[in-house]
Design a protein around this ligand. Structure first.
Ligand code: CP
Length: 304
């Protein structure tokens, strides 16, 4: 049985196959509308979510299946002290596939070790968010028509932003990728990502504090929110939260075919005046997320 805990659980070929299936779903929705008839997907969300939980639920419903779950730890027996392992053993008797988001790093891996059904990691603390990465990859493929030969700027909270860590890991497999890591010094990319992913794979990268310095070189600009929920000190969050604000004026320096991405939710880091710019891809990105999750559900349930 296969789980998805880390984007590294999928080979490059498997990722590309998922993207192809998602693209086919976009074109031929009817063909897929009963593929999961009689199947149930459980969403166990111990942390808030809008896109990930609801796109998984929409994905399963559009495949003809059913959904159940909880959207906060407080409304589950976790509030009474139940462990993840016990919860997973129980839910495995109610559902065919489980999606879990939890604030603790490694929680989805623990869940997968105790589960009789496939587990999908929908975010474990500041660690990984592999289905966001699949969403990002299909967005890059749809908008740029390639996954190689790209200058990728990633801006904001590179320390706590789990989507960033998974995205760098995934894109490091492709040819001729260069990263521009844009963050204040307090929110720099963790050393283990630099050592184990970038340097190990000889991927060129530049670290800078200045969003405008390399803006004209970028094919993709991936903005991120400062992750308030991961800060220990509120003063630090307040000092850093508006460090970057991308607006129409700054974008004058960018390429005409720049692709602006954001995993969302956005706070202030992209001004709403950017939303009408043809280069803004973040709302399309959220929509692509549903289709790639449909493809993933089919794969993990071994449905053709
Ligand atoms: N991108 C993302 O994970 O959004 P949610 O927190 O709303 O699920």
């Amino acid at each position: 049985m296969k789980h998805l805990i880390d984007i590294k659980d999928l080979s490059t070929q498997e990722i590309e196959d998922l993207i192809k299936v998602a693209q086919d779903i976009i074109k031929n929705k009817e063909k897929y509308s009963e593929k999961c008839k009689g199947k149930k997907l459980a969403t166990l969300f111990y942390e808030p979510s809008t896109r990930t939980r609801l796109s998984f639920e929409a994905a399963m419903l559009e495949l003809g299946g059913n959904v159940l779950g909880f959207s906060s730890a407080q409304t589950s027996s976790a509030a009474k002290g139940e462990s993840i392992s016990d919860t997973i053993k129980v839910i495995g008797g109610y559902a065919d596939i489980i999606v879990i988001r939890h604030p603790k790093e490694g929680s989805a891996l623990v869940a997968s070790m105790k589960s009789d059904v496939p587990i999908i990691n929908a975010g474990d603390g500041g660690h990984n968010h592999p289905t966001q990465t699949l969403t990002d990859l299909i967005t890059i493929q749809m908008e740029k028509h390639r996954l190689s030969n790209l200058n990728i700027g990633i801006c904001g909270d590179l320390k706590f932003g789990r989507t960033v860590h998974s995205l760098i890991t995934a894109m490091s497999r492709y040819k001729n990728i260069k990263f521009y890591l844009i963050s204040p010094k307090e929110l720099k990319i963790p050393d283990y990502i630099k050592t184990n992913i970038l340097e190990k794979n000889n991927i060129p990268y530049i670290e800078t504090k200045d969003i405008e310095e390399y803006l004209g070189d970028l094919d993709i600009l991936y903005m991120t929110r400062v992750q308030k929920e991961r800060f220990f000190n509120e003063d630090d969050y307040i000092r850093l939260k508006d460090y970057y604000i991308l607006n129409k004026e700054k974008l004058k320096k960018a390429k005409e075919d720049l692709c602006i991405m954001h995993p969302l939710p956005r706070v202030n880091e992209i001004s709403t005046d950017v939303d009408e710019d043809k280069r803004a891809a973040y709302f399309k990105q959220a929509k692509y997320g549903k289709y790639i999750r449909m493809a993933l559900i089919l794969k993990l349930l071994e449905i053709e």
